[in-house]
Design a protein around this ligand. Structure first.
Ligand code: PLP
Length: 387
């Protein structure tokens, strides 16, 4: 059966070059903490990646802390801000990834932190004036945690503007950059963000490998203790092959950024046109249609009929797609993002689909998806309107 993968926001296939580099690194079995040559060879591999990543982000290598994933990075940042930096208030949004949302809730229930949610509008946008007002309304030591690119609808926040507002108001700023890292050129020498996160499997790197960007001046402390690794900010023997894989994937992504983003943008435009052609009445959620306000890898589709089994139906035809984020796609209730964007009538009469692309996605694959959606749509006897 033909198989089409359109769930790249959940994860991406490993690049062949990344596998090659990881296999080479796996043969280098020394413990990077050992002082003998075996250990030091492994250590050099890690430090080379740290320098490379730091160069891409225009930061110091000491500000890159390798972790096991985006979830760990976000947990570490938020928890340490509360426990070690004296944060007593967190301003965030209800449409953050679960690894941020649940960590913030834990800070509220276990650590008595005040949590303020900025309510997004029906396009999924955060009101920056509301953020400013919130920041000015209290002297509490505050952490603002807002994701750069939303994993379900692709909406982007203006990272530089939010960071500037936080700086002006003496608040710390954490952005979950898991979906945008290595897809957008992030220059942290220009964007005064304090903390950010990365996960290699979102850009053709391995699962179980990520990093936290921690601004040197911030004073954050370790979540995982028990050793001096990662400048005592993350104990545990390093995942050398995973880190090498992250570095190789980031290099591929950044060296080909222009070409990949141009291709994916063209694919996204093509998908919008094709889907609108075959599914009359279809809508696109959030800022999907606005190039500068939406991540080019994600398209959030709103089908004009209710079909809770659509993911399964497409899967049976060989099409891998998600109905929301990977962690909630199996759930029958609407995601928090859709609850924010849609009214009750829309929630009861429509089906959201997240189509997410990579540089490997082809127009032929989009045609395949469009054919499948056309058949499903026709089964709902939706009248075709030729426009
Ligand atoms: N943050 C966002 C926005 C994500 O999309 C994801 C993964 O889907 C994560 C965090 C978690 O990353 P990881 O899978 O590396 O734990």
């Amino acid at each position: 059966m033909k198989k089409v993968y359109l769930d790249n926001a959940a994860t991406t296939p490993l690049a062949e070059h990344v596998i090659t580099e990881m296999v080479k690194a796996m043969k280098n079995f020394g413990n990077p903490s050992s002082t003998h040559s075996f250990g030091q060879e492994a250590k050099i591999l890690i430090e080379n990646v740290r320098r490379k990543v730091a160069d891409y982000l225009r930061v110091s290598p000491a500000e890159i802390i390798f972790t096991s994933c985006g979830t760990e990075s976000n947990n570490m940042i938020i928890k340490s801000c509360v426990r070690n930096l004296g944060v007593t208030r967190i301003i965030t949004s209800p449409i953050e990834h679960k690894c941020v949302a649940e960590t913030v809730t834990e800070m509220k229930t276990r650590d008595n932190v005040e949590v303020v949610y900025l309510r997004p509008d029906n396009k999924g946008d955060i009101d920056l004036q509301q953020l400013e007002q919130m920041l000015k309304s209290s002297d509490a030591k505050t952490l603002v945690s807002l994701m750069h690119a939303n994993n379900e609808i692709g909406n982007l926040i203006d990272l530089k503007q939010v960071a500037a507002i936080c700086k002006e108001n003496n608040a710390l700023f954490h952005s979950d950059t898991v979906q945008s890292m290595a897809h957008i050129d992030l220059d942290f020498s220009e964007i005064p963000v304090d903390f950010a996160s990365c996960s290699a499997h979102k850009f053709h790197g391995p699962k179980g490998s990520g990093f936290a960007f921690i601004r040197k001046s911030s004073g954050l402390k370790a979540l995982i203790t028990g050793g001096p690794q990662e400048r005592s900010l993350r104990a545990g023997t390093e995942n050398v092959a995973g880190i090498v894989g992250l570095g190789a994937a980031m290099e591929l992504a950044m060296d080909n950024l222009k070409e990949y983003s141009a291709h994916i943008t063209e694919i996204k435009d093509y998908a919008v046109t094709k889907i609108a052609e075959v599914v009359p009445g279809v809508k696109f959620n959030g800022r999907s249609m606005e190039k500068d306000r939406s991540l080019y890898t994600v398209l959030s589709v709103l089908l004009p009929f209710k079909d809770p089994l659509i993911g399964m139906k497409l899967d049976m035809q060989g099409i891998a797609i998600s109905q929301g984020s990977a962690c909630s796609s199996g759930a029958s209730k609407p995601s928090m993002v859709m609850l924010m964007l849609l009214d009750d009538e829309e929630l009861n009469s429509t089906t959201p689909l997240r189509v997410s692309f990579s540089h490997l996605t082809t127009k032929e694959e989009i045609d395949f998806l469009a054919d499948a959606l056309k058949k499903i749509s026709e089964s709902y006897k939706i009248e075709t309107v030729n426009s």
